[in-house]
Design a protein around this ligand. Structure first.
Ligand code: SR1
Ligand code: MG
Length: 419
């Protein structure tokens, strides 16, 4: 991992000259770099993202900046995150084939990844705000989460390979530190970069006065920081998924690390729930239908995760954990073991889900589902439902019966006038 060795941020004027020699890029967009059109489209919190279009096609060029774009150069951030994103993309493609963009080129000193342009995909969060449905979304996401969780763990991997991978990713310190602070800790006290919608002071005070809630959030942080079960995407929200009306891909794994198997699916469900709670501000006529669809996506994603995880348990359990020599080879069913592993995954997932529902309304980096609601008097009561359900999920994470109970909770909170 080279840090700052000749690194220079790209811009729309320099990109074509600097990348004209990259054969894998020319093969996709066409060789005549003078004719390339370059557009900067990055609207995320951290990086530069360019679309390069030539006579033959388009590609994406993503480059890390040495600071947090959302905040500016007062918050430096290592360029090495591109190194981990590159390694994560390769592993995700291997573990969940076809689920991520194809990597065309990686330049370590320039912290740059050239990859497949997804078209006509758009960011899923935008489709959800627009009220657009995506066919096959739940099956895709359930499979992605189950396959990456299972195949990145010692249920599947050889121990030496898994331990080497944990070692590789342990070099990534500052990126997980963002999650450790912004997601798990800052929501629960008045951290410097926090902000919340006017009108929520009472709800926020209630959450921050709840010591048991803070203990549960910190216990989950402890598991996040020290439990290296599998390689997680680390930032699997609806802004990290691109969809058409019928297909989806997962992008942006720069927050990848080894962590709990329930982390990704918990964060993902939180983002569907925030979409659900924000919908009354985005539509009227088809509100009930669209909110029902979102809850169905949650239920089906969780069911898909379980089905795929159990299939992999039966067919790909080749690692040192819960070996067949201990169960099937003794004439014993390993289903109780699989049930127990899944129960732990869901306990972590519901806690992470509640915590993510808090951080997106209380600390830095809110989500557009709520932020696009310009009128704070409309936004605040919707966020209040989300915040209170988040607390309920964290408190009850150990004994929730499953996704249908979570959907029932969402329906009940959606009816409540909290403010
Ligand atoms: C300072 S970075 C804030 C957030 O943006 C990223 O996309 C992650 O979600 C992170 O938590
Ligand atoms: Mg991102």
């Amino acid at each position: 991992m080279v840090e700052d060795a000749g690194y220079e941020a790209l811009n729309v004027d320099t990109l074509a000259t600097r990348l004209q020699g990259v054969a894998s890029l020319s093969e996709v967009v066409g060789g005549d770099a003078a004719g390339w059109t370059v557009t900067e489209v990055g609207d995320g919190n951290l990086n530069l993202v360019f679309i390069v279009e030539g006579g033959a096609g388009k590609a994406i060029v993503k480059q890390a900046l040495p600071y947090v774009r959302l905040v500016g150069d007062s918050w430096p951030l290592p360029l090495y995150r591109a190194f981990y994103e590159h390694h994560a993309l390769i592993r995700q493609e291997k573990r969940a084939p076809g689920s991520v963009p194809q990597v065309l080129h990686y330049d370590e000193p320039q912290a740059m990844i050239v990859m497949e342009f997804l078209e006509p995909h758009i960011i899923l969060r935008r489709k959800l705000i627009n009220g657009e449905k995506v066919e096959g979304l739940a099956a895709f996401l359930g499979n992605f989460c189950a396959q990456t969780a299972f195949r990145g763990s010692e249920l599947s991997m050889a121990s030496a390979e898994k331990k080497a991978d944990v070692g590789l990713f342990s070099g990534n310190v500052e990126i997980p530190a963002i999650t450790e602070a912004l997601v798990f800790t800052d929501p629960y006290y008045s951290a410097e970069m926090n902000n919340h919608t006017a009108g929520l002071d009472g709800v926020v005070a209630t959450l921050r006065a709840d010591t048991a809630l803070k203990v549960k959030a910190q216990m989950m942080l402890q598991r996040f920081a020290s439990n290296t079960e599998t390689m997680v995407h680390g930032d699997l929200h609806s802004g990290s998924i691109m969809s058409t009306d019928t297909s989806s891909r997962v992008i942006d794994p720069e927050f990848a690390q080894y962590g709990p198997m329930g982390f990704d699916i918990g964060m993902l469900i939180a983002n569907f729930l925030m979409s659900y709670f924000s919908q009354p501000a985005h539509r009227a006529d088809d509100l009930d239908d669209y909110q029902s669809w979102i809850l169905q996506v949650i239920a089906d994603t969780c069911a898909g995760f379980e089905t795929e995880f159990r299939r992999l348990w039966a067919t790909e359990r080749t690692g040192m954990l819960y070996p067949k020599s201990l169960f099937e080879d003794q004439g014993q069913d390993s289903k109780p073991a699989c049930d127990a592993v899944l129960a732990h995954i869901w306990q972590d997932a519901w806690a992470v889900c509640g915590i993510e529902m808090h951080r997106r309304c209380l600390s830095l980096a809110h989500n557009a589902d709520f932020e696009d609601i310009a009128d704070e008097a409309i936004r605040a009561p919707l966020e209040a439902r989300n915040l209170m359900m988040g607390a309920d999920l964290i408190h009850r994470s150990q004994d929730l019966s499953g996704a249908s109970a979570v959907c029932d909770m969402a329906r009940a909170y959606n009816e409540r006038d909290i403010l």
